[in-house]
Design a binder for this molecule. Structure first.
Ligand code: ATP
Length: 312
């Protein structure tokens, strides 16, 4: 039977947080050596792609005015990469890409990476490229350190720049509250600040992720909570000191742990149950320390076609 591709192809891709983010030394290529444990959360961007005369992008939703519409948007690069892979060099990427942002921009939640992963998955379907999983992962790694994880989702360890993924055994679902800040932080600026802080002192570095990995196999948020850690947190807080109040608000409201997500400024609060997460979100929201709060659960799937699926 003929496989009919319905346009637009709609793909939903999740935000990520880092349960563990150990930043090593600066490498010769300008990247830091990372050991991280990612978890994908139920906060999504949606990318809808249809055929068009030329490549174009539109964006709506959370922080859309801060998202570039040209070739610096990661989805543009993803479309060009997939076009080259599919041997469409002459035709190019003649598609319109409509992005619906649910993930705040420059929030440390890898929203741009989620959109790039979604674009690879959507174009693979739209153009019937039939790219293998390995090809998709390779293209994702070319686009950015977090893009392979945005494809896979779940819970995974990332090494290298974070783009080389290793499976993690994880039991159960966790309940989170995310506090979105007023404004974003540039990831390179946060790494630079960490380098500066490390030159002028010796901020404590995270140890190995072994205990955290073991806690994930147990599946108890109370066991996991004290093991969460992020070497970038000190740098994000240094650049945005109000984050200290946000983190405290989460702990005061009864969260089991409060951490900055990736390079920030989004803060993530681990809660004991769904009910606790709702209570923490209400309390944190009432303090006025952040722009918006959302509850989310993790782990969830990576970038996936969603036509016909009910909303999460
Ligand atoms: P990183 O993945 O670098 O840690 P982040 O998760 O903090 O970043 P993103 O939302 O991915 O933040 O955006 C970082 C920057 O990338 C934005 O300031 C924006 O200029 C640019 N950008 C490019 N493409 C996108 C996109 N599709 N969505 C959001 N931002 C994008």
């Amino acid at each position: 039977m003929l496989h009919v591709v319905e346009e637009p192809i709609i793909v939903r891709a999740p935000a990520k947080i880092n349960l563990h983010l150990a930043v090593g030394d600066l490498r010769d290529d300008g990247y830091h050596e990372l050991t991280t444990v990612y978890q994908a959360l139920s906060l999504y961007d949606e990318v809808a792609i249809r055929k068009a005369d030329s490549l174009s992008i539109s964006v709506q939703g959370e922080g859309s005015s801060d998202v570039p519409l040209g070739s610096t948007n990661l989805v543009w690069r993803a479309a060009e990469l997939m076009a080259a892979h599919a041997g469409r060099a002459n035709k190019g990427a003649r598609v319109h890409i409509a992005i619906k942002k649910g993930i705040p921009v420059a929030g440390g939640l890898a929203g741009g990476s989620a959109d790039a992963a979604a674009t690879l998955v959507a174009l693979n379907e739209l153009w019937r490229v039939d790219a293998s999983r390995a090809d998709l992962v390779q293209m994702a790694a070319e686009l950015g350190s977090d893009v392979p994880f945005s494809l896979s989702g779940g819970t995974a360890m990332g090494v290298g720049r974070g783009e080389q993924l290793l499976p993690v055994l994880s039991r159960n679902s966790y309940h989170w509250v995310l506090a979105f800040a007023k404004g974003g932080l540039s990831t390179p600026a946060v790494y630079k600040e960490l380098d500066r802080l490390r030159e002028s002192g010796a901020p404590k570095r995270l140890g190995s992720a072994d205990d955290l990995m073991h806690a994930l196999t147990v599946g108890d948020p109370e066991v996991l909570a004290p093991l969460l850690g992020n070497d970038l947190q000190i740098a994000s807080v240094s650049l945005m000191p109000t984050l200290r109040r946000t983190l405290r608000a989460g702990s005061d409201a009864g969260a089991l742990a409060a951490i900055v997500s990736g390079s920030g400024p989004t803060c993530a609060f681990l809660c004991a149950s769904e009910e606790d997460a709702v209570n923490v979100s209400v309390e944190v929201s009432a303090t006025g320390v952040c722009r918006t709060v959302r509850t989310a659960r993790g782990p969830v799937h990576g970038a996936r076609v969603v036509q016909g699926d009910p909303p999460p």
